[in-house]
Design a protein around this ligand. Sequence first.
Ligand SMILES: NC(=O)c1ccc[n+]([C@@H]2O[C@H](COP(=O)([O-])OP(=O)(O)OC[C@H]3O[C@@H](n4cnc5c(N)ncnc54)[C@H](OP(=O)(O)O)[C@@H]3O)[C@@H](O)[C@H]2O)c1
Length: 336
Amino acid sequence: MSTEINLRVLLKSRPKGFPTEDDFDVVESTIPQPQQGEILLQSLWLSLDPYMRGRMNDAKSYAPSVNIGDPMVGGSVAKVIESRSPVFKPGDIVEGRFGWQSYALSNGLDVRKVDESLAPLQTAVGVLGMPGLTAYFGFLDVCDPTPGDTVVVSAASGAVGQIVGQIAKIMGCKVIGTAGSEAKVSFIVNELGFDAGINYKNTNVGESLDELCPEGIDVYFDNVGGIVTDSVMDRINTGARIAICGQISQYNLESPDMAPRNLGILTRSQAKMQGFLVFAYESRYDEGITRMASWIKEGKLKYKEDVVVGLRNAPRAFIGMLNGENFGKTLVKVSE
Ligand SMILES: NC(=O)c1ccc[n+]([C@@H]2O[C@H](COP(=O)([O-])OP(=O)(O)OC[C@H]3O[C@@H](n4cnc5c(N)ncnc54)[C@H](OP(=O)(O)O)[C@@H]3O)[C@@H](O)[C@H]2O)c1
């Protein structure tokens, strides 16, 4: 047994608006002992994701809130250190919801063994994990693309958006991404092969869309909501498909924005708008992982990661990600 301590990041208070580092407590505790049927895990990589902001609220959602004083929830890649379960052995690399802590106990339920031959380990919480699967099923299933479709994706350089745009290119679509800086726009166009990008922070999004999508928009994969979405919605084509994956522009508002008022466009264009949760596709995860892993091996699918070292830095990195300071999938390297 290691003599190290268990570093844990707890929820200290519920934020009003944007979280601050004061909403988190970083504490040191002893490493727990596994009971019969349990495994002790050492976290290697922690994923930081926008949904965690919702868990900090005391509000009804599709998943329970984090209680004050409890570790923040989060998906990680971890190594089995000690096993009292017949299913896992020491040294196994697994993925699951082990929280913002360097060691965790698990009963092995909802724990997935990571196939180390597919790609680097951290991709199990990135392109070959929850965000990548969100892109894969949200785009292919909800958006039902056909070659030649004009696709717009928001937060296009982020964990989900960068994968959506590349899958859209693989499917033969024309792809336009929106992102919050010139560097992000340049990345999606010059490195990922998007047809064009729009910096929504310094451009009139509507005018740019008119220029870049003269024939209108067939598919919109929405990660952000707000003004970007208003501009896209005004330009959708008959039979368009709109996937509401997330609405990050709304997550830190103290009072909600007004509801959309341009939904009449859905009637006129007979378009389909659908929200979805990646967890609904759990029975098909293997399909998505296998297909995306082969695209990675063939050089058709790239992924950009934004890595922060050390669990103590997780609160700052999380707040930065909500602010758009991340460039790619936000990860914390917890230990070697
Ligand atoms: N439905 C599901 O099952 C599911 C699963 C995973 C994720 N999601 C959702 O997917 C979205 C993207 O998640 P991700 O993990 O890929 O995050 P991400 O894109 O890697 O990071 C979040 C990005 O959101 C953008 N952003 C922040 N505030 C914004 C604002 N006010 N307006 C426009 N953009 C803003 C920032 O990029 P810019 O610099 O470009 O502004 C930031 O980098 C989130 O809404 C998340 O909740 C949904």
